[in-house]
Design a protein around this ligand. Sequence first.
Ligand code: HEC
Ligand code: HEC
Length: 200
Amino acid sequence: MKKLILYIISTLTVVVVFAANYKSKKAGYFPIDEPEVSTKQNAFNTMMDVVSHQRCVNCHPSDNVPKQGDESKPHHFGIARGENNLGFQATNCNTCHQPENNVYSGVPGAPHWSLAPASMAWQGLTRSEIAQAMLDRTKNGNRSHEELIHHLTEDDLVLWVFQPGTDQEGIPREKPPVSEEDYKAAVKEWFASGAIIPEN
Ligand code: HEC
Ligand code: HEC
């Protein structure tokens, strides 16, 4: 009988300790961890809503052919990477792509228009894989985090996606679903909070 009482008491203690522990973990979890995790996730997701958009990925293909349009079809006229990512002599990108969008012909334009090098191929990758490739110095043109922030928020080709103009039929090209201002803020926030790539 004594043994049984002891047994009950000890089981009860274990249950009480467990419950207390569970409660304090639960209580601590919401105010401390969650908002922080979700702001980081938000900055990543906001940034990647732009970075993984077809406007960017059309120039970062996984083969040698730039893509065009919202369906990312292979570029007209058999345009390919050629030498130095600038196309072939007769079809050099800058023969057609000027420093500004051409409102009459529908040819998009921005300074130094060219195809991203093969190491910067993002087409077909998940958001996390794109982010990994983007941070990888063996693939990204040996850029540090500071240089990446600069490229992502200042480069002419990057900023073009917020004013992509109209296509040959006069139909506006789709813009990424995030404003230029929110995108830049998200890039800075994501790097400042450690450039953590969520698994997916
Ligand atoms: C012979 C002229 C010509 C040459 C050369 C040319 N392009 Fe284009 N490019 C166009 C035209 C015209 C369009 C617009 C098609 C449309 O949207 O209706 C276009 C569209 C694009 C787009 C689509 C943008 C988008 O998101 O829809 C990309 C990317 C592109 N070109 C990259 C390149 C690259 C890189 C090169 C060089 C390797 C190149 N182009 C060479 C004429 C050319
Ligand atoms: C007209 C083609 C074009 C478009 C559009 C374009 N890029 Fe690029 N991108 C390039 C080229 C070319 C390079 C290589 C430039 C260099 O290394 O100096 C590059 C390099 C980069 C790099 C550095 C390399 C790396 O892998 O980290 C980043 C980051 C990048 N682009 C992001 C973007 C983002 C984000 C967008 C859309 C908002 C975009 N690009 C749109 C052509 C383009």
